[in-house]
Design a protein around this ligand. Structure first.
Ligand code: PLP
Length: 430
């Protein structure tokens, strides 16, 4: 691939996330985006099949979001959020809370990991404020909740956390529930003394970084009901599942149990600005009200509730609540459904699955399943040459597109995947 000036300059000064800088190919220099397309400095077009790390929902450089942002930037760009407030933050909380089951308060931060950190601190301090120390947290073995230390602690122990494992706090991990293992999971929690467990944090129905794992809503609801009955606080990490990804507006709408806290980020601003939100019920919030200053939630970030980020979120909500958005999501789901049927016929495709707008499957390979599977590099190269932005998790391939993606663009992604599987069948007889 030709080394362009932007990517050459990048390679002199930039250290990229999740990238082995010694062996990674030169990064693609992107100059412009429109809808589900991104354009590089040589004007090649790429289909953004994974919503730019799962954040984009309405397409790139959306005019409605851009115009609202520009107007807000000329009005108020930022302001301290302790002792002061502003319209975008208040309006966003007013509009968002009615969409979230049982939630009454919005606490702002600036990304998904911080939204998780805040929820964990709220949970631990909730119990402390009530006069009980509870240190234990419950999480899924395969979970991903972010890259800061608290968020890493509640994430599954993996190649991402390996170096830091003995620095992470103690978490009891359980399997994702199915009809057949739910009784064993509950018995296992029972054996851990549930009264010592402060909270259970989970990615509802769809575990993203863990390999796009989809799990059963009925068994999940049973698990949540059990935890609620044991006064284990429920933290729904909807950083990835929120804003329509799983078909419903929020994944927690698939179950009857209401969470005590919800974490949001990624699609919150339509993928335009960094913003994190941790919501809570009235009961959580009220446990921090006191004449005693030590019961305060001592947490905040410089860019908490940034007015531009809140404005982007409000503009994104305008688009999200328009019926056209739900119609687009239904259209993508139907297209995916048909492709799923085709995938079921392909021998190198394992466990094809679909939830809302997310389609995923494994490719049968000689190595072990997982993030470090050697096939991943070949897959990156293949799709990059096709000018499709797909970023496999090891040998797990998934499509998670912006909702504005066209049927033609989806078809182009599907046929590139079919071409790939044909190549794999020639090279690795199964
Ligand atoms: C991405 C993600 C996070 C972390 O969000 P960042 O903004 O990347 O820090 C947390 N939880 C889930 C479920 C995520 O997918």
């Amino acid at each position: 691939m030709q080394t362009s000036s932007l990517s050459a300059r990048d390679m002199e000064v930039i250290w990229h996330p999740y990238t082995q800088m010694q062996t990674a190919p030169a990064p693609v220099g992107i100059v412009r985006g429109q809808g589900a397309l991104l354009f590089d400095e040589n004007n090649n077009r790429y289909i953004d099949a994974t919503s730019s790390w799962w954040v984009n929902i309405h397409g790139h450089a959306h005019p409605h979001i851009a115009q609202q942002l520009a107007a807000q930037a000329l009005e108020l760009e930022h302001c301290i959020f302790a002792g002061f407030t502003h319209l975008p933050a208040v309006q966003l909380a007013e509009r968002l809370l009615p969409l979230l089951p049982g939630q009454r308060r919005v606490f702002y931060s600036d990304n998904g990991s911080t939204a998780v950190e805040v929820a964990l601190k709220m949970a631990i301090q909730y119990w402390d404020n009530k006069g009980t120390r509870k240190h234990k947290i419950l999480a899924f073995r395969n979970a991903y909740h972010g890259d800061t230390f608290g968020a890493m602690s509640v994430s599954g122990r993996s190649v991402f956390t390996r170096v830091f494992d003995d620095l992470l706090f103690d978490v009891h991990f359980i399997e994702v529930p199915t009809a057949s293992n739910i009784a064993a999971i509950i018995a296992d929690i029972e054996a851990q003394q549930p009264t010592d467990i402060a909270a259970f944090i989970f990615e509802p129905l769809l575990q993203g970084s863990g390999g796009m794992v989809m799990y059963d809503a009925t068994a999940f609801d049973q698990l949540l009901q059990y935890c609620a009955s044991q006064h284990i606080l429920l933290i729904a990490d909807e950083v990835m599942t929120g804003f329509g990804r799983t078909g419903k507006n929020f994944a927690m709408e698939y179950v009857s149990t209401r969470p005590d806290m919800i974490c949001l980020s990624k699609g919150l601003t339509g993928g335009t600005m960094a913003l994190g939100i941790t919501t809570s019920t009235a009961a959580i919030y009220e446990a921090f009200l006191s004449g005693d200053k030590l019961k305060t939630l001592f947490h905040g970030h410089s860019f908490t509730a940034n007015p531009l980020a809140c404005t982007a979120a409000l503009a994104s909500l305008d688009l999200f609540t328009d019926p056209a958005c739900a119609a687009n999501r239904a259209r993508i789901h139907e297209k995916h459904q048909r492709f799923l049927t085709a995938l079921q016929q392909i021998p190198v495709v394992k466990n094809p699955r679909l939830l809302g707008t997310v389609l995923a499957f494994e490719l049968v390979t000689t190595g072990a399943d997982g993030y470090t599977n050697a096939l991943a590099d070949d897959l990156h190269r293949f799709f990059r040459a096709k000018r499709i932005m797909l970023r496999p998790l090891g040998n797990t391939l998934y499509i998670l597109p912006p909702y504005c993606i066209t049927n033609e663009q989806l078809d182009e992604i599907y046929s590139s995947i079919q071409e790939l599987t044909q190549q794999l069948m020639v090279s690795t007889p199964t």
